[in-house]
Design a protein around this ligand. Structure first.
Ligand code: IFM
Length: 448
């Protein structure tokens, strides 16, 4: 019988040799989810106050301690090296680098300098994300992403980080998942700042794209290369025949708003039909900057969306449905074809041969350590299926150059606190003990 460290339990798991030469295998994390925001002189960020507001986060948990990566990072980088990975996707925390959103805290930059050197010493290519949601509270106080000034300050912050570590990073993404930063956080209220306000939403949806454009302009002027953005996509499908206009509108709000503006300098008209009256003045003047050429595009993919038109609901009149497929601990359907379809769609309709990287894909499960091991056959099957979907997309012409599993470690899953475990490595949040799961061993055997 295979045990939890046996790599041989998922027969269709592809191997490194099944991918084009130079394909990058990595794992991803984000600062607030793992570092321990209380360490090292970081300033308060809007996730601290969102979490401190009762009923926003399961168990009222926050990222103050998280995985203590701030002090345990050598052990975490060793796990990546020992797992045979080529690259590590991490993010820098704006509130750690600039506690008040403006002035640099040298201790913060020193930390990332050490971290990047630690990656290079272990043969890991650093994949940097500049904004993975830890907005300094001082900027949140001035309106956060609803305020154009935040986009301008972001470009300054991006330049400060890149001036320090940009000489050693392999690829840089400006923003992680602008849909989550804007729609999920300002329209649906699920993430910080927890608003449900269409005017703030429209402004945040534009300013987050503008932040990308302003940062790109500044970084290019400073001579930095390999610059991109990470977008999250889901394949939107009708919940039933006659689902109406909901599929197109949902695709416009969650996918096309972001990819159309980045690559074509336009927002989809069906989305503007609702958001247009609430957009900031003269937004059209920013579109050339927002659509400046990229060097690569990051694609985050987890699941599909099943929707129908709900005539009785206020705009956007979209109803989401539970699908029949097996689900992860998040309740998300497991649908690998969606990854294949999205990668092919990106190449065919948007970016041509521009390098695509799967910057996040993974699943949460209620994993437990037994006799020093973690058996996670669901995750093993999930990883194998999504790697195979990626291979299919490559064979259909998508120039996919890498795949990063989300996440290296169990971590702070935002409004779900520490309950949902996405890691290849189990973390005991009392002792901080790390235990590689069977999926880690399987990936190691496949890529080593
Ligand atoms: O944990 C998040 C991550 O921060 C952004 N992408 C989705 C992941 C799983 O929900």
């Amino acid at each position: 019988m295979p045990d939890a460290t046996s790599p041989a339990v998922t027969p269709d798991m592809p191997k490194r040799a099944d991918f084009p030469a130079g394909f990058i295998f990595g794992a991803a994390t984000a600062a607030y989810q793992i570092e321990g925001h209380a360490f090292g002189g970081a300033g308060p960020c809007h996730w601290d106050s969102f979490a401190a507001t009762g009923r926003n986060v399961v168990g009222n948990e926050d990222g103050a301690r998280a995985c203590e990566h701030y002090t345990r990072w050598p052990e975490d980088l060793d796990l990546l090296r020992d797992g045979g990975f080529d690259a590590y996707r991490f993010s820098t925390s704006w509130a750690r680098v600039m506690p008040d959103g403006v002035q640099v805290n040298p201790e913060g930059l020193d930390f990332y300098d050490r971290l990047v050197d630690g990656m290079i010493a272990r043969g890991l290519a650093p994949y940097l994300t500049l904004y993975h949601w830890d907005l300094p509270s001082a900027l949140a106080d001035r309106g956060g992403w609803a305020n154009r000034e935040t986009a301008e300050r972001f470009a300054d912050y991006a330049a400060a980080v890149m001036a320090r570590i940009g000489d050693r990073v392999a690829r840089t993404a400006t923003i992680n998942e602008p849909w989550c930063v804007s729609w999920l956080s300002h329209f649906e209220g699920h993430h910080a700042p927890g608003l449900r306000d269409i005017r703030a939403t429209a402004r945040a949806m534009h300013h987050i794209q503008l932040a990308h454009g302003l940062a790109l302009q500044k970084l290019r002027a400073a001579g930095h290369r390999d610059l991109g953005i990470v977008l999250n996509f889901s394949e939107v499908l009708p919940a039933h025949p006659g689902a109406g206009t909901a599929v197109d509108l949902s695709d416009a709000l969650s996918n096309r708003w972001f990819i159309d503006s980045i690559t074509r300098g336009t927002y989809p008209q069906v989305a503007l039909d609702g958001l247009g009256p609430h957009m900031p003045q003269d937004w059209q003047a920013d579109m050339a900057l927002i659509s400046a050429p990229l060097d690569w595009l990051g694609v985050n993919y987890y699941t599909r969306a099943l929707v129908s038109h709900d005539a009785g609901a206020p705009w956007p009149c979209i109803r989401n449905h539970q699908g029949p497929l097996p689900k992860t601990q998040m309740g998300w359907e497991i649908y690998p074809d969606g990854l294949r379809n999205l990668l092919v769609r990106m190449a065919r309709d948007y970016v041509g041969t521009l390098p695509l990287v799967v910057t996040e894909n993974g699943m949460a499960w209620d994993d437990a350590v037994q006799d020093g091991q973690v058996a996670d056959p669901m995750r093993q099957a999930y990883v194998a299926a999504h790697l195979n979907a990626t291979r299919h997309a490559i064979s259909e012409g998508a120039n996919v150059q890498g795949f990063f599993y989300w996440s290296l470690l169990d971590n702070y899953e935002w409004a779900f606190g520490y309950e949902k475990r996405f890691g290849l490595v189990h973390v005991d949040f009392e002792t901080m003990q790390r235990t590689p799961k069977a999926s880690y061993h399987m990936l190691k055997a496949a890529v080593s």
